[in-house]
Design a protein around this ligand. Structure first.
Ligand code: ATP
Ligand code: LTN
Length: 334
């Protein structure tokens, strides 16, 4: 086997309801990239508290994400799986990046604009959130960051910060990372409102399919998905967003292109497409659900996270020290 030289990093927030958008946009890539690189997958709990969270629920949600990482096929012997707040370097590096960023560039982040809705009482953590994300990535000298389309702007900011700081302190300060986005699945839309991204926090359960939903719920959400009235199964994201979203999801799960799916379903109605899609999704999620049920209550989970935190800290401490040296901080070098 050839030595894996690229470093892959990504994170998921422990905020419940992990859905097929998270899976198709990000998690599926996490699994595939194990072939290509040394992978580090984080459960970003510090990001989760940008909005108030119930502590007991947060603790459960952290374990849920860890179990899902294992259930989808991330191998903890090879990949590092850990919880962000177990590694102090994230918060430390985040401060240094804060001091190299501008309020203007943070104000332009669309996720901040959407979540704060323009008011001046938006939580400060929501505003500085992208800097913590940049710290997550830069802390591990990451080359590749698999994420959904909605994170593109945050990755660009991370790259801008890395280049800016490298220009000041030298190119050996940070590795400039690249985002990795899939062709199908990078932006899965809500089933009941194809103008909105499928989201963990949407009120309606029918807007999403969570990875742990039971089979009848999966079928119900797909059969009820918003389409249109012209009855033609054709991929046209602009004019037929509902049907196009279903075709994208189908394509991402089956590996069949949307063009081939259009041919398969020529002359058939939306009912047939939805029925088959429900079957495809149920079959794809069934093994994940089974694995998850085995892992979630096991002792293994805590051990994986403890080992992961040690490995992650081993890398992070070195990088934080390197960056502090560049800034002239601390006394380690005296
Ligand atoms: P929310 O849905 O509440 O906005 P989130 O799902 O974006 O939260 P995370 O759990 O951190 O927050 O997301 C994990 C990964 O899933 C990220 O890489 C993100 O880009 C991706 N992702 C999230 N929603 C979608 C979606 N609808 N389609 C594709 N990828 C998505
Ligand atoms: N911001 C991301 C979650 C996230 C992340 C990261 C993704 C936090 N840190 C580092 C990739 C790399 C989100 O909201 N989906």
């Amino acid at each position: 086997m050839t030595e894996k030289t690229i470093r892959v990093f990504s994170g998921v927030q422990p905020t419940g309801n992990i859905h097929i958008g998270n899976y198709l946009g990000a998690l599926k890539q996490f699994v595939a990239l194990q072939e290509e690189g040394k992978c580090i997958y984080c459960i970003v709990d510090l990001h989760a508290v940008t909005l108030p969270k119930d502590p007991a629920e947060l603790r459960e949600n952290i374990l849920d994400v860890a179990a899902l990482y294992l259930a989808i096929g991330i191998d903890p012997k090879d990949a590092t799986i850990f919880v962000q707040s177990d590694v102090p370097g994230h918060a430390e590096l985040s401060w240094l990046l804060t001091c190299c960023s501008y309020t203007g560039e943070l104000s332009r982040m669309t996720q901040f604009k959407d979540k704060s809705r323009g008011g001046d009482s938006a939580p400060t953590g929501l505003f500085t959130y992208p800097l913590l994300m940049a710290a997550d990535i830069l802390l591990y000298d990451s080359d590749v960051v698999p994420v959904g389309q909605d994170q593109k702007q945050h990755i660009e900011l991370t790259r801008d910060l890395a280049v800016r700081i490298n220009n000041r302190f030298g190119d050996d300060t940070f590795v400039v990372p690249e985002g990795r986005f899939l062709k199908e699945g990078a932006r899965v839309m809500a089933l009941d409102d194809p103008a909105a991204k499928m989201s963990k926090s949407a009120e309606s359960e029918m807007s999403r399919i969570s990875l742990l939903d039971d089979e009848s719920k999966i079928k119900k959400a797909i059969m009820r998905a918003t389409t249109d009235s012209d009855g033609e199964i054709r991929y046209d994201a602009e004019n037929k967003p509902g049907v196009s979203n279903l075709l994208s999801i189908y394509s991402a799960f089956s590996g069949r292109s949307t063009a081939l799916l259009e041919k398969d379903y020529a002359g058939q109605g939306y009912g047939a497409l939805k029925k088959d899609l429900a079957e495809v999704v149920v079959l794809a999620l069934r093994p994940i659900r089974r694995q998850y049920d085995d892992i979630r209550g096991s002792q293994e989970l805590a051990l994986v996270l403890k080992d992961g935190a040690e490995r992650a800290n081993g890398i992070a401490e070195g990088v934080v020290q390197r960056v502090k040296d560049k800034f002239g901080l601390g006394t380690k070098r005296l």
